[in-house]
Design a binder for this molecule. Sequence first.
Ligand code: MN
Length: 407
Amino acid sequence: MRILHTSDWHLGKRLESFSRLDEQQEVLNEICDIAEKEQVHVVLISGDLFDTFNPSTEAVDLFYRTLKRLANNGKRAVIAIAGNHDSPDRIEAPDPLARECGILFVGYPNSTINPFKLDSGLEVIQSEQGFIELKVPEATELLRLILTPYANEFRLRTFLGNEDPEEELRMILKEKWEETANRFCDNKGVNILSAHLFMMKEGEEQPEEPEDEKPVLYIGGAQPVFSNDIPEAVQYVALGHLHRKQIIDNNHCPVIYSGSPLAYSFGEANQDKFVVCINAEAGKNAEFTEIQLEKGKRLLRKRFEDVDVAVEWLIQNPDPFVELTMVSETYLSSTDRKRLYEAHEGIVTLIPEVLHQNPDDFEASSNIELSKSMDELFKDFFLSRKGQEPNDRLMNLFKEVLSEEEL
Ligand SMILES: [Mn+2]
């Protein structure tokens, strides 16, 4: 049985003022092409399908078009679980309709999908909270899926029926997985776990999380789940949440974060992006291949001390998104800023780094500057504090405020 594992699509996510929708469209097309080329039977999407609880119409549209193509009229099973960025109810809402296409949505760790059968041959044979057994068209063996969408610690405890705060969350989860695996996962089928949570190998350093994930994350406070908590019968663990592709463990089975298909923050600068193709057979070790994605822009952090050199580089490298740091002795003039922005359309942030800045200069000189206009004084003040001249928008705003004062 061939399975494609992807996660963290974050559809609708922007990079500051830049939309990423065109890139998302391209990379999802690429993923559909890979699914066809590799002739996969099953696609697993391990959470964070959308970037927000209320995604835009365009993002929702792209999501369903992609899933429809992946499902190929119910010939391929597509199973998507909710991540911490997804609204579980919203994810599950179109389920009856999606099911007819071979697409299964799982919003909560205790969600249940009742058995059904499609004309294509796709069939859910039995199910339990957080578990389904599937017959997939053109695959000889049955697929058993243990599914753990994201839930915060409190909810997860409630779902798993153990609200004792003294009991470690990962132990509760381990017991739940163990119990499910013992009941359903023998060596006569393919057994896979898909989860959106923070997992690490016991005793190893914690993998770094995406910059904008830290406040929400952690499945429960500071408690990661360990890869030794995975039941023996499981042959592959398809994880979502971390945006860098990484193999957490490969001792008894591969435990892998496929990572996001695009770099979404400068914390992911210069990363290669992947999907994972798994080849699994009953009773054998699963094999996997990482397939690098070609579409989507790179995010690069660049630092220059010379504006001419920076402009030259920007013209030579029009494709990536850039976080640009300009080091200068005194300040970055508005002329230089303009030159930089005109040289490249993808400058996301421009950080001026001033070497010899002395905030006292302004105070010391301000007494003898009374002949200057308010505009000029504001420019001087801004320059001394920020190391650059205020832009036109800010100047206009200042003038507006000033004119109101004068009234
Ligand atoms: Mn996440």
